[in-house]
Write a protein that binds this ligand. Structure first.
Ligand SMILES: Cc1ncc(COP(=O)(O)O)c(C=O)c1O
Length: 465
């Protein structure tokens, strides 16, 4: 699986991006070589980059990005699923500019209208009757998940925490502990007692079973995890209702209902990590959890909530939220007026411009095109996803399902050459992650599919060395 593809593939570009009337400004800043040198010298080596020749992005317009030469790219990964309504969406930019010119920072020790307005708006987007009305704002998804741990333990009086294998929940000490993904798991135990259930990953069933004769062993397994690996009393279970970093894992429809019931029987709260799946991205529903007919006790959010703002949130029921009062939990920047203005404007755009409906329509079309590509390209083992949260799993052989890791890396490189940026993920790094800004058009979707069609043909011709 450590193989690389040689020689480097170069092919004539036969595809062009859809027309865009945005002209990027001429770039007059430091050269790419200088930017790389400065980064290498002054920044942590922990920062990793995509692409053999790293991409420098200097401007963005809706679903497009521009490099320092003015070359345009279709952004199929949205800054890792973060830009929800489009880069520099004019309404969002205007709201931020207006706010930053008035006052940037207050902290929550003083009053400012935006934080309450945004909290109210988020509550209005929760399912009716769920009681999810109390929000605590943070600066990132990791912080929101940290807070969920704190709140759950405080509320239940229990300590044990459950998460799912193949999940990703952040980069702080505790959230790296919650994360149970081979690539991202923090190898040093930070002391949080976390045990992992199995995800509903039917293409690679963790129990080698087949749905529906499996009787949802992946979900019922959490009962054994609780019984044999915990004190029997649980503080919380956290799960992404569609695993993102894990490779767009869509569980069987009954999965979360079974897991939530078991966790609640053992005294635990259920936390839905909506950092990637929320804000209309699945198209069918505003929140990913709604697709599985469950109501979490706590919802954690970030990324799409603010179209690129450093903004996260934890929303829960007031009685759970109240317990944090005893902690005097304080966050200097959480709820700052600029992030609140950006979040409010983003949510307004999502509502006013029917962003969720667009994710459903264009995402459905794009998925169909990928399914057609699957008929043509043996490399495509599985196509899955909802709305504009799609995954294409590449395998060298459909029977053995051997992960096509090197081919996936080559697809990313070749797509980039042609002006398409996509992500990769999954347990073996062999899943193409397609999660663009949700303003994507049908022409963009066609370009994306045609580009992948060409690239997959080229990759298939290359011998693996
Ligand atoms: C599902 C999920 N949860 C939490 C996080 C952590 O969010 P942040 O990077 O804002 O801390 C991420 C980030 O990728 C994520 O994908």
């Amino acid at each position: 699986m450590s193989q690389t593809l040689t020689p480097p593939i170069t092919a004539p570009r036969r595809l062009s991006l859809p027309v865009c009337n945005h002209e990027p400004q001429p770039y007059n800043g430091p050269s790419k070589a200088e930017v790389i040198a400065t980064r290498d010298e002054y920044l942590s080596p922990a920062l990793f980059k995509y692409y053999k020749d790293p991409l420098m992005v200097v401007e963005g317009h809706m679903q497009y990005l521009f490099d320092e030469t003015g070359k345009r790219y279709l952004d199929g990964f949205a800054g890792i699923v973060t830009v929800s309504v489009g880069h520099c969406h004019p309404k969002v930019t205007a709201a931020v500019q207006e706010q930053v010119a008035k006052i940037q920072h207050t902290t929550t020790i003083y009053l400012h209208p935006t934080i309450g307005m945004f909290g109210k708006k988020l509550a209005e987007h929760m399912p009716t009757g769920a009681g999810l009305s109390s929000t605590y704002f943070t600066n990132s998804g990791s912080e929101a998940n940290e807070l969920a741990v704190l709140a759950s333990r405080e509320f239940t009086g229990n300590t044990d925490v459950l998460s799912l294998r193949n999940g990703y929940h952040g980069g702080t000490s505790a959230t790296m502990q919650l994360t149970a993904h081979s690539t991202w798991k923090f190898k040093t135990n930070t002391g949080l007692p976390v045990k992992n259930g199995t995800p509903g990953y039917c293409y690679r069933c963790p129990h080698n079973l087949v749905y529906p004769s499996c009787n949802l062993k992946c979900a019922t397994d959490i009962e054994d995890v609780i019984s044999y690996e915990t004190s029997g009393q649980v503080a919380m279970f956290i799960g992404e209702c569609i695993q993102g970093v894990g490779g767009t894992i869509i569980p069987p429809k009954e999965y979360f209902k079974i897991v939530y019931d078991i966790v609640r029987k053992h005294g635990g709260l259920c936390v839905a990590d909506e950092v990637q799946g929320g804000f209309g991205r699945t198209g069918t529903k505003f929140w990913a959890f709604e697709n599985w007919d469950v109501t979490p006790d706590i919802v954690t959010m970030a990324k799409g909530i603010g179209n690129g703002a450093p903004l996260g949130a934890m929303t829960t029921r007031p009685e759970i939220s109240k317990t944090l009062g005893g902690r005097i939990h304080f966050n200097t920047y959480g709820g700052n007026p600029v992030s609140m203005a950006q979040g409010l404007a983003t949510l307004n755009v999502i509502d006013e411009e029917n962003i969720q409906a667009n994710a459903l329509k264009i995402g459905g079309y794009l998925k169909q095109r990928f399914l057609e590509l699957q008929q043509k390209h043996p490399l495509i083992g599985d196509v899955r996803g909802m709305g504009l949260m799609l995954g294409v799993e590449l395998v060298t052989d459909r029977v053995s399902k051997n992960p096509a890791k090197a081919q996936t890396a080559a697809v990313l490189e070749l797509a980039r050459e042609r002006g398409l940026l996509i992500g990769k993920g999954g347990l073996y790094g062999n899943v193409l992650r397609i999660k663009p800004p949700m303003c994507l058009t049908k022409d963009d979707a066609d370009f994306m599919a045609d580009c992948l069609d060409e690239v997959l043909s080229l990759v298939a011709q290359q011998p693996a060395a």
